[in-house]
Design a protein around this ligand. Structure first.
Ligand code: MLT
Length: 399
């Protein structure tokens, strides 16, 4: 027996596990301190009432022989029709028309990000932005793929554009970006689509944060760009949009127009999912189906506005300190430059020890993240205001 030796090429632990471990150690050593976590992007508001009502009603369905549900419908890889219809309606609002069998419901974008790689050869070269959500890199390291990086930095506003001299087969794009909060315009995405088509590459487009976009020039789906249906797979999630980080539900779009070597990737993914996955629970799917109804949109809109206000509070704090940052406008993440030229982990310790505030060190997202730090707007309004007051008191006249 041989293990998958590629795992030995990974960092010891997943970034957020390291942050969690360091925070727990500090708390254990200082039980009297009130530590505020603005690190992992976990939501704090409860599910919208319309979602809860739909879930209660789905539980009731399961209680009666006439309405009980076992496995979901296999025609659509175990997705129920009301959920597919609401996702299609949400895409239609962006001018993107999808067939039901182009949408695959899953337990979230993180799982699909890793699982989708099953349909691609390990011989492909992968292009990943740096800094980036660690899952893109780690899942490819696990498989032993060759990985190239597209440098994102202050000069390009953390939005790297394609380099025609680089050849890649699989390209990751996350917009609005995790961790930097920077978001591509439709015009910029056109360049990526043209590049992917020219290379015969496939874009894996992570749109988990698209609901935070308020600027009309920014794309909420890569399919708003013509030609993307022939080169892009889009991954989306209810986690940040509707507070499903614990409930778990997402969806991946694989257009039927997307073919490589004469094969529809949609068919490969359907085959993979029907073999390795039995679908998302009925109760969860019915809750998710309520999100993109008019009342659902209104209610989640209130939650999104709450997080946007938190982002504005963090931005105002950094503005008053004269600290450079991106994000916070079309994104729940604020990507700030560490003061005093500190490296990311030094600033992590400095902030934890002196303000009892936890963020995420930028270097954990890649080499270009060194010297940067990520704060999330997903905390409570009270914690966000208190954390900012402490940061301001700590850094005022010093930053
Ligand atoms: C983050 O903080 O980057 C996210 O919560 C991670 C995730 O969505 O898996």
């Amino acid at each position: 027996m041989k293990i998958n030796g590629n795992f030995l090429n990974l960092k010891d632990s997943y970034l957020f596990a390291t942050v969690g471990r360091k925070t727990a150690a500090y708390r254990a050593a200082h039980p009297e301190k009130e530590v505020i976590r603005l690190s992992i992007g976990d939501v704090t508001l409860p599910l919208a009432p319309v979602v809860i009502a739909a879930m209660h009603s789905a539980v009731e369905d399961l209680a009666h022989r006439e309405t009980f549900k076992g496995y979901g419908p296999d025609q659509y890889c175990y997705a129920y029709e009301p959920l597919l219809s609401s996702i299609r309606a949400s895409y239609a609002q962006k001018g993107v028309m999808l067939d039901a069998d182009e949408i695959f419901v899953s337990d979230g974008a993180k799982s699909d990000c890793g699982n989708i790689l099953d349909i691609f050869s390990v011989d492909n070269t992968v292009l990943v932005p740096d800094p980036v959500y660690p899952v893109y890199l780690d899942t490819n390291v696990m498989a032993g793929r060759r990985v190239l990086f597209a440098d994102a930095n202050e000069q390009n506003g953390f939005l790297p554009m394609p380099d025609p001299s680089v050849r890649a087969d699989i390209i990751y794009i996350c917009s609005p970006n995790n961790p930097t909060g920077a978001a591509y315009s439709r015009e910029q995405l056109k360049a990526w689509v043209a590049y992917a088509l020219a290379c015969d590459a496939v874009i894996l487009y992570d749109a988990a944060y698209e609901h935070f976009i308020s600027d009309d020039a920014l794309a909420r789906s890569i399919y708003e760009v013509k030609g993307a249906e022939e080169c892009a797979i889009e991954l989306c999630s209810y986690s940040k949009t509707a507070g499903f980080t614990g409930v778990r539900c997402g969806y991946t779009v694989v257009p039927k127009a997307l073919k490589r070597q004469g094969v529809m990737l949609n068919k490969l993914w359907a085959r993979r999912q029907s073999t390795k996955f039995n679908g998302v629970s009925y109760v969860t799917q019915m809750g998710a189906a309520a999100v993109f109804t008019p009342e659902g949109e209104r209610q989640i809109g209130e939650n999104l506005a709450y997080y946007r206000r938190n982002a504005a509070v963090i931005s105002a704090c950094l503005d008053s300190l004269g600290i450079w940052y991106t994000g916070g406008k079309n994104s729940p993440y604020i990507w700030m430059k560490c003061p005093f030229n500190m490296d990311s982990w030094t600033f992590f310790d400095y902030l934890l020890e002196n303000a009892n505030v936890v963020g995420t060190p930028g270097s954990g997202f890649g080499k270009n993240g060194e010297g940067f730090f990520r704060l999330t707007a997903f905390g409570t309004a009270e914690d966000t205001a208190e954390a900012c007051a402490r940061i301001e008191a700590l850094l005022k006249d010093k930053a």
